[in-house]
Design a protein around this ligand. Structure first.
Ligand code: PGA
Length: 254
């Protein structure tokens, strides 16, 4: 079912105490200020997840997610974290294919296909990221890049599994740069993504898929982005580290 979602991506920031404090601040603000139908996800460092799950109040619209997981079920992969470990921590979501993972950890579409499988197999919901670099945008190949990322990493899934995905369009040139895609640029890609999904899985699944925008989203630009027909919310990096900004972004989604 298509939902209105704002997800925060804390990346490699905040020690455990700072993380718990921010999480509680967000929770308090949401309790008082959130009246709409928005759902909120906080994707924290994996080592924080079980503590955040304990801080979670039952009635809250807040859920917890991880930022990555290994593609294997278990095994001799020193330092890695499996999807079942994430599920057992109380988290429900996992970001897969963030551009920082693709760039710094050489994650390919083929690897991401395996990660999507293991996440789904463990009953978690993937937040699957796609997006072009500045070079690809300027070179005019961005539609092809997006199509390739989506088809190679996710089109092996059947419709039942695909309906569990949240997609996040994050132009790499807009992440952490202060440059935001214009609402029209973002809408163009979101519509393109929905069209790809309709061609592959049918219009109903495409219409029911939640597609988030990410990349320098902030309290000032969020409402205009979220007002676009095919933008269903945001994946927020820097601005998710401040409770006030994050909650203002959530409130812009109505
Ligand atoms: P940003 O990051 O909001 O800091 O640009 C977004 C993301 O990387 O998910």
């Amino acid at each position: 079912m298509r939902k209105n979602i704002v997800a925060g991506n804390w990346k490699m920031n905040l020690d455990l105490n700072q993380g718990i404090q921010l999480f509680n601040e967000i929770q308090e603000l949401l309790k008082v200020e959130l009246s709409g139908e928005q759902e909120v996800i906080v994707c924290a460092p994996s080592i924080h997840l079980s503590s955040l799950a304990k801080s979670l109040e039952g009635s809250s619209k807040l859920s917890i997610g991880a930022q990555n997981c290994h593609q294997a079920d278990s095994g001799a992969y020193t330092g890695e974290i499996s999807a079942s470990m994430i599920a057992s921590s109380g988290a429900e979501y996992v970001i897969i294919g963030h551009s920082e993972r693709r760039l710094y950890f050489s994650e390919s579409n083929e690897l991401l296909a395996q990660k999507l499988d293991v996440v789904l197999k463990n009953g978690l919901f993937p937040i699957f990221c796609i997006g072009e670099t500045l070079e690809q945008r300027n070179g005019g190949t961005y539609f092809d890049v997006i199509k390739e990322q989506i088809s190679e990493a996710s089109f092996h899934l059947d419709g039942a599994n695909y309906s569990k995905l949240i997609l996040a369009y994050e132009p790499v040139w807009a992440i952490g740069t202060g440059l935001t895609a214009s609402p029209e640029q973002a809408q163009e890609i979101h519509l393109f993504i929905r069209t790809l999904l309709a061609e592959k899985y049918g219009q109903t699944l495409a219409d029911n898929t939640t597609i988030l925008y990410g990349g320098s989203c902030n309290p000032k630009n969020a409402a205009e982005l979220f007002a676009q027909a095919d933008i269903d919310g945001g994946l927020i990096g820097g601005a998710s580290l401040k409770a006030r900004d994050f909650v203002d972004i959530i409130k812009a989604l109505n």
